[in-house]
Design a protein around this ligand. Sequence first.
Ligand SMILES: Cc1cc2nc3c(=O)[nH]c(=O)nc-3n(C[C@H](O)[C@H](O)[C@H](O)COP(=O)(O)OP(=O)(O)OC[C@H]3O[C@@H](n4cnc5c(N)ncnc54)[C@H](O)[C@@H]3O)c2cc1C
Length: 372
Amino acid sequence: MARTPDRKAGLLADVRALAEQHLAPHAGAIDTEARYPAAALRALGAAGAFAAALPASQGGQDLDLAAQAAVIDAISAVCGCSGFLAWSQAAAAATVAFGDNPALQQALLPELADGRLGAGSGLSNALRHLAGLESLRLGARHSGEGYLISGVLPWISNIAPGHVFISAAALEDGGLLLFLARGNANGLALEPCPPLAGLNGSLTHTCRLAEVYVPAADVVAGPETSTALLLRLRGWLALSQTGLGLGIVDGCLHDIREAGHTQAELNRHLPEQEDTLAAALHSARERTRRLAAQFDDPAAYADVLRLRARSAELALRAATAALLHAGSRGYQLRHPAQRRLREAGFFAIVTPALKQLHKELAQLERGSRRAA
Ligand SMILES: Cc1cc2nc3c(=O)[nH]c(=O)nc-3n(C[C@H](O)[C@H](O)[C@H](O)COP(=O)(O)OP(=O)(O)OC[C@H]3O[C@@H](n4cnc5c(N)ncnc54)[C@H](O)[C@@H]3O)c2cc1C
């Protein structure tokens, strides 16, 4: 798709138009009826929505992380489930791009970038492990030119037999392996998770791996580089995901304005108003844009966590406000305010979850007090 001179603005305009056309009419069904937005994701992928920050040589838009976060924000303002699917796809592509397997990058990045190959990011466990919260759930042992991987990951979204996912496993002889697994691999069972409160169209599965063979060609990073890669990537993942929360806030502002058409007189007595939420949204977006340039600077990591936590709290606040402004109409199950409450709840519990963020921040603050 041709870009205007301001390529970022052009990409965002395309994404907004596609989201309005393909997602707005179906957001409720995607959330509650498990309708996977396949056609919308294909169109968004073709427009460059999953690869804003990748170089053109890898099938990307040659923009930056701020643009990727803004794209996820624009999608999530219309449908949080689709925003999370876009994030999952972009995160998987970014992980391969950050890796040290040029042949894999050449073979798969163009297809990951434009969404022809659906992809999930199963890195919660590895990231929580890195934060000292849990042990690795997958183990890897050498087998011929590759590895056999076993274990269970309770949640991976955007995964199906024709898709791939990225995850990490503990190697038998020490160290961490970052790998790409095929959704139809022998030994991989994809169990649909029980009905969810929301995001039912997210193709979320429990993944059971029983000696799944991952050839060397599908290794994203070996034990020498994988931890450094994750340490660089975690800021990228958290900041791009901030777009999900800020898009949900934007959607709540839309619902508050809608309610104002008929209930403005009474609604002005509510403690939370559109202008304060809009100001907080603007400031969080600005902060995302500025921090994006420092996503892999260890000195900025605490600020990234603070921003990610602030956006989760803002999304919860905005979703509650949207319900209160919508009143009894907003209590109907199919009202968007109900969906946004579920979306905001999801954003607060997905890795890095609010409780993880506050724990990590407390640890970092204790560390810097000790160093002072
Ligand atoms: C709808 C949905 C989609 C998700 N998609 C992804 C994804 O695409 N990729 C990804 O990496 N993570 C995904 N997750 C996981 C998410 O990112 C968090 O890691 C997870 O919710 C744990 O968050 P928590 O900090 O609240 O820990 P808690 O929920 O408090 O969990 C504590 C421990 O219990 C484990 N646990 C939680 N649920 C189960 C379960 N059903 N079976 C066994 N153990 C369990 C957790 O892994 C953790 O070790 C998804 C979660 C949900 C609800």
